[in-house]
Design a protein around this ligand. Structure first.
Ligand SMILES: Cc1ncc(COP(=O)(O)O)c(C=O)c1O
Length: 438
């Protein structure tokens, strides 16, 4: 008789990684070699029993930390009742979450469409904008990340390797510069930066891209993967006015910067701007796959039934967790915590910047903070970033990078981070800078 072949019993990170190499596509890049066994609150625990303070939050997803009791309870309760209907029938959690999201989002009369991922929300937003305007063109911004499906990827321009070998992209897509004051080619400062950006857009609309062809601008109110760049305060209001002048729609991609990350529920609220269409994903179901397109009823009501759809979008368990997530935001005053911890972290980082020449820029809103690392000549210093991340990881702190040249430390802790956890992260982070950059 042929012996039953048993799978090896892996016990350590290394064993699991070896097994993964044989089973999973290597195209899925991971920031760390940690094999997570379980997670609780602000900490990850690997299969070897190491503990890591999680300043990545599953890339801005586990905004309430891991395994929040209210989130777990909502998931368990819903699993026991119903966990899938698709478009065969209607269900309560989707209706409840849509009501809550519509009320929480800027604007007065919103409707919601649920999908599964950020990219899917962006695809839907592109389709909605084209559908209701009858115009083909979508203008995005350089450095933006909107996802990896073809429409979203056509708008993504944060790194060359997301796009290599994938052309041709969606036609009718153009890019304008994002207002990135620290690296603005015509000089630093908000005014120079905004002039550069709007002169570029004006020239584009005057010469190459007739405004009547443009369905929408899509913008990250705070640039995420492209470097955690906060635009000058006037940027979004000026973009809104420009859109209104030409009857162009404004899509705010709040997938990364939304949901409390910046200290307000949605980042565009900092700038007093109401977008026509908003995309939300990542943290809305605290880690379960869920995304949403939120748009004014005057647009959504033109989208005819079945013109768009999804088998899994708006899954009952994800939606029930979404409702519980919003409850926690209110009950535990999460936004206030973001303000307090964000201010403290920024203060310490700005102080550290005065001591460490390799820190070129510290910027952020709330707990969406970027630390741009540079060489003495001001060029991006990716190697320094790698070293800081590695030393931090070895000391038990998970940090991400971002930026076109991967030289920006991306600090994305849970939004309910405690003062003690901030202290612990700080000890490690400043120790890492001392070791590699002093
Ligand atoms: C601003 C923004 N939009 C869209 C996406 C795509 O989301 P997903 O990876 O869920 O498709 C991301 C992902 O990082 C993002 O940061």
């Amino acid at each position: 008789m042929k012996a039953v072949q048993r799978l090896p019993k892996p016990s350590s990170n290394q064993d699991w990684l070896a097994r993964e190499r044989e089973a999973l596509a290597s195209v899925l890049y991971r920031y760390t070699p940690i094999v997570v066994d379980h997670a609780q609150g602000s900490y990850l625990y690997d299969v070897d029993g190491h503990r890591y303070l999680d300043f990545a939050s599953g890339i801005a997803v586990t905004n309430l930390g891991h395994g929040h009791p209210a989130v777990r309870k909502a998931a368990h309760d819903q699993i026991d009742r119903l966990f899938h209907t698709s478009v065969v029938a209607h269900h309560q959690p989707a209706i409840q979450l849509a009501e809550r999201l519509a009320a929480a989002a800027p604007g007065k009369d919103n409707r919601v469409f649920f999908g599964n991922s950020g990219a899917e929300a962006v695809e839907g937003a592109i389709k909605l904008a084209r559908y209701v305007t009858g115009r083909p063109v979508i203008i995005g911004f350089q450095g933006a990340f909107h996802g990896r499906t073809y429409g979203a990827l056509s708008l993504t321009s944060s790194k060359w390797y997301y796009r290599e070998r994938y052309e041709p992209f969606l036609p009718g897509i153009y890019h304008a510069p994002y207002p990135y004051a620290y690296r603005n080619p015509t000089g630093p400062g908000d005014e120079a930066t905004l002039s550069y950006v709007f002169d570029y857009i004006d020239e584009m609309l005057d010469t190459r891209v007739p405004p009547r062809n443009v369905a929408a601008f899509i913008v990250e109110p705070v640039l995420g993967e492209g470097g955690y760049v906060v635009p000058p305060a006037d940027f979004l209001p000026r973009l809104r006015a420009l859109c209104d002048r030409h009857q162009i729609l404004l899509i705010a991609d709040e997938v990364q910067c939304g949901y409390g990350r910046t200290g307000k529920m949605f980042a565009c609220e900092h700038f007093g701007v109401v977008p026509d269409i908003m995309t939300v994903a990542k943290s809305i179901a605290s880690g379960l796959p869920l995304s949403a397109i939120v748009a004014d009823a005057r647009l959504m009501d033109q989208w005819q039934p079945a013109a768009h759809g999804s088998t899994f979008g708006g899954n009952p368990v994800a939606c029930a967790v979404g409702v519980a997530t919003l409850d926690v935001f209110e009950r535990e005053k999460v936004l206030e915590n973001v303000e307090v911890r964000g201010r403290e972290l920024m203060r310490r980082l700005q102080e550290l910047q005065r001591r460490v020449p390799g820190i070129g820029d510290v910027r952020g809103l709330g707990l969406m903070i970027g630390v741009e690392l540079v060489k003495p000549d001001g060029k991006p210093d990716h190697d320094l970033l790698d070293k800081v991340r590695k030393v931090s990881l070895d000391s038990g702190l998970v940090l991400l990078s971002c930026g076109t040249h991967d030289n920006v430390l991306r600090l994305v802790p849970p939004l309910n981070l405690s003062a003690d956890e901030l202290e612990e992260a700080w000890e490690i982070l400043q120790g890492a800078f001392q070791e590699v950059a002093a």
